[in-house]
Design a binder for this molecule. Structure first.
Ligand code: ADP
Ligand code: MG
Length: 464
């Protein structure tokens, strides 16, 4: 097993133990750089100083634990910033150093197997080559959406515009949207300009542009494409400025027969705060839903994912997983990765009982039911104030920030509506809540130490 594989296995384990935002924030771009067999030392590389300090302080124990689980000879883990390490060791000709060097300084090589470690997202399109139509399993729950995507690819901007795909969490919306983008780039090369964006990114771009009085930037970026793919549009509802800007962008593209592909966790009619004219625009195109995969399809997905990893567990094991996990493909993958990890790396013989345990563990981790009170409790503990100060109408200066943070997190984590949040925290008006969301979101994007704070609070929430 080479370093990449070891690290991939470690990441697979860590991913299950920490929240997804933390995982993506801190472990994206991490590498296992060196392993000194004699001394039992491992060197982990991180993309920048900040990530290095953070991972070392927060996740050292976890990393060491997971590494030692796999290889008990490991005694010490150190951390470096990848580029600093490469500069220092530029003479060293060890294969690994060379490999790392090629990866981080030369443009990405198209034939390297994409993996979690090198999320090779193309910065021009925001597309991740890992998501393809070829590795998207089609069955009765998603065949309409799949067919619609293919029709769009054949006749961009004309056939179904916009294409609106909706469905629950973890059912493949992002995969399908990204795959559509990748296919278009592949088929039309440079002739068609594709841009994939999450609606959160769009929202924060609009907020930044408004603040800096640079609305031109938005026009430049978003109206200049042939295919705009916007993921999780539901978050745009209730943000009037952003909705309006999106409406303009939408119209500009639409009138020029540019293609718009949208995803959402629910149909347009069910996004409560969506402005009517935007809703009717969405409904004017093609709407396709993605439902829950049936057993056969779940089994097929497991096999596809296993093959992608180059490891096929016994049929009986796959059948057990497919029959137990029914409502979320991401969860299916989580269990599969764990099973592969045990078999491939720990060389453990997994009987069905053990697989059953893995399934139960995963289900528990995914369904940690977080409530509004958990969030309020974590925020007030963090700021060392009483939860009542958040809930009551207190106007004390020291509760202003905590209350705004609580509002933000209730929205982000529980997707509560703005009026509900206002009701829950000091009987505030929903515009106050929107203002709080925008303020905190801005701080998170512009102030690293503030964003650290939010991470710490989120950790508290997920650790409950
Ligand atoms: P959503 O955006 O709907 O929450 P994702 O697209 O992120 O869901 O899917 C979650 C995971 O499940 C991804 O790793 C994705 O590749 C996988 N997945 C979902 N549906 C399929 C499918 N039909 N075939 C293959 N993989 C799938
Ligand atoms: Mg998604």
């Amino acid at each position: 097993m080479d370093y990449q594989e070891i690290w991939r296995a470690v990441l697979g384990e860590i991913e299950l133990q920490i929240s997804r935002p933390n995982f993506l924030t801190w472990f994206k771009g991490s590498q296992l750089i060196e392993k000194d067999e004699k001394e039992g030392k491992v060197l982990i590389g991180l993309p920048n100083q900040f990530a290095k300090e953070w991972v070392k302080n927060k996740y050292h124990k976890l990393i060491l634990g997971v590494l030692r689980q796999m290889d008990s000879s490991i005694k010490q883990v150190d951390y470096v910033v990848i580029n600093q390490y490469l500069n220092k060791h530029s003479q060293v000709s060890s294969k690994i150093t060379q490999k790392l060097k090629t990866k981080s300084t030369v443009s990405p090589q198209p034939n390297i197997q994409p993996s979690l470690i090198e999320l090779k997202i193309d910065p021009k399109t925001n597309l991740n080559p890992q998501y393809t139509l070829e590795n998207f399993v089609v069955g009765s729950s998603n065949e309409l959406a799949y067919a619609a995507v293919n029709a769009v690819i054949k006749d961009i901007g004309r056939k179904y515009n916009p294409l609106f795909i909706y469905g629950g969490v973890g059912l493949g919306k992002t995969h399908l949207l990204q795959a559509a983008g990748n296919k278009i780039v592949e088929e039309y090369k440079q002739k068609i300009k594709v841009l994939y964006i999450s609606s959160e990114k769009f929202i924060s771009d609009v907020i930044t542009a408004v603040r800096n009085k640079r609305m031109e930037d938005i026009k430049q970026k978003y109206r200049n494409v042939d295919v705009l793919i916007i993921d999780d549009i539901q978050f745009i509802g209730g943000k009037p400025t952003t909705e309006l800007e999106f409406f303009y962008t939408f119209n500009a593209l639409y009138e020029n027969q540019k293609q718009i592909i949208i995803s959402s966790d629910r149909p347009p009619a069910a996004i409560p705060t969506l402005e009517e004219r935007l809703r009717s625009r969405f409904e004017g195109g093609m709407i396709a839903d993605i439902g829950y995969p049936d057993y056969e399809m779940r089994l097929a997905i497991l096999k596809t994912k296993a093959q992608q990893q180059g490891w096929l567990p016994e049929e009986k094991i796959l059948e057990l997983i497919a029959s137990r996990i029914q409502s979320n493909v991401r969860e299916l993958e989580g269990v599969l990765n764990k099973v592969i990890f045990y078999q491939q790396y720990k060389k453990e013989n997994l009987d069905l009982k053990k697989v059953e345990n893995i399934i139960n563990e995963t289900i528990r981790a995914f369904s940690k039911n977080i409530t509004a009170n958990d969030i309020i409790k974590a925020v007030s503990e963090f700021y060392e104030i009483s939860p009542n100060d958040l809930i009551n109408r207190s106007r004390k200066q020291e509760v202003v920030e905590p209350r705004q943070v609580a509002m933000y997190l209730l929205r982000e984590i529980l997707k509560m509506s703005y009026p509900n949040i206002g009701e829950k925290l000091g009987k505030r008006d929903h515009t106050t809540v929107i203002h709080a969301w925008e303020k905190i979101n801005y701080e998170i994007n512009n102030n690293p130490s503030f964003s650290q704070k939010i991470m710490l609070i989120k950790e508290r929430i997920y650790k409950k």
